[in-house]
Design a protein around this ligand. Sequence first.
Ligand code: 9MR
Length: 545
Amino acid sequence: PIRINQCGYYPFAPKLAVVITSGASDSFYVIKTTRDTVMRGVLGSEQASLNSALHTRLIDFSALTDTGSYKILVPGYTDSYQFNILPDAMQEVAKAVLKGYYYQRASMPLLQQYAGKWARAAGHPDTNVLIHSNAADETRKESFVVASPGGWYDAGDYNKYIVNSGITMGTLLAAYEDYPDYFNKLLINLPESGNGIPDILNEIVYNLRWMLTMQDPNDGGVYHKCTNASFDGMIMPDKAKTTRYLVQKGTAATLDFAAVTAQSARVLKPFLPQLADSCLIASRAAWAWANTNPALPYNQDSINKIYKPAIQTGAYGDNQFYDEWLWAAAELYATTDEQPFLEMFKLYIPKQLRLPNWGNVAAMAYYTILRKEQTSALSLQLKEQLLTLAAHYKNSNTAFHTVMGQSVKDFVWGSNDVAAHQGVLMLFAYKLTGDKTYVNRALDNVDYILGRNATGYSFVTGFGTKSPMHPHHRPSIADKITEPIPGLVVGGPNPKMEDKCKYPFTTPEQAYTDQNASYASNEIAINWNAPLVYLVNAMEAIQKD
Ligand code: 9MR
């Protein structure tokens, strides 16, 4: 019943836990492993959670600043798990969530020296991929064979989707752009480590080189995905050998690609100038294609009416393009300083900013413009919109004292992505204002993801006392190793429960089940790990300052 951040707490930051109430005690104690009491405090007043499913009382032990191992005890309840207070409390999980991408690499073997017991053979060479459908034009004939090797598997499945790679890469690149000194020193034991390029960029480049193969060299358009016709069984990647296809060029994929390649051109310039050059050329070509095809949606049902075989894998369909235009324009402007991109950006500014996700990347554009300039009239307008959105989250008051969960709307498929992006927004608002409250609110969502939540799970595989053991993740299922591949955040509570599994609880904040079959609450995905990479690594950078 006592919900804590199972990965630990920082000495000089707020330290909050909650107890799910059932008894009458008013006091809490923090005890050492020797059972000496180091602190006694009074529980906060009772607070109802969403739909009054649970009632909680706050345990605020911020006053305890000594490093060490502790437990929280509330008379009448089971003790909390043991946890640490440490100056680098998030260091291990911060490295692991970045390393998570290495384990998602397609087309290369994972060697024991980097992957430990999760070493495995290469999967999906993707050197003989068929063009499935062009839709926009017929410059490339069907049954044309292309190569599209490398990149990361999207999630628990083995397909590679440009739209989802887009926001993932944008978020990881943003993490680097916002905390370069920290990431320049961060090593995570990759095959490329020590090559003079920061490891976060080494990992990004692995996926970037794949993304570049997804562009049609004839016209600059970008295919939506590299995929099987239908999902593989629960097998290891090297056992999955069905035909792979590039499916339909579309506006969202092409503009996300334009954004990522423009941002990569800027970030990689000091490290890989020649790749940076190619990225900018690719970005401009994609931009040109999008100008000719400004609103071509990816509609799998329509494609399947014309082309065979029918494609049944993830759709990532999106037919609102203002945000992709905004983001591509922002990245191209930030990289080139050319005014036409800025003029285009201005055409697409929304009235209201929303938290980013794969279907809405507007905030990515705001982050980029505000990173570049903060005094122009335009940037003041963007800043005001961003801080309005940030205030909405900053003032959230939930039973778990998190930003996450002030509304049932937060609990979507991939709700942990919502929690992590809220945290990133808080940290960006801190950068803009210097207001430390934002850092504390971001930390509240770190605590949420790592255990201070209605389910009692730390949602990152391998981290925390109670974390997912059965994620919907093909390698973790098929490898016969008890522990799942570490450093992967699962989707989290999702009351729609589209997978029809049996969930122990069905209220929005509790609708989670640690079963392999639960793709709607227990899958992992590259786009969900990315804001968590940003959040916990930024937290390490900030708390060490
Ligand atoms: O993250 C996606 C979520 O927003 C959608 O509601 C869901 C259903 O379309 O799909 C999710 O993305 C999945 C993708 O389609 C295929 N790979 C696994 C992704 C995570 O579940």
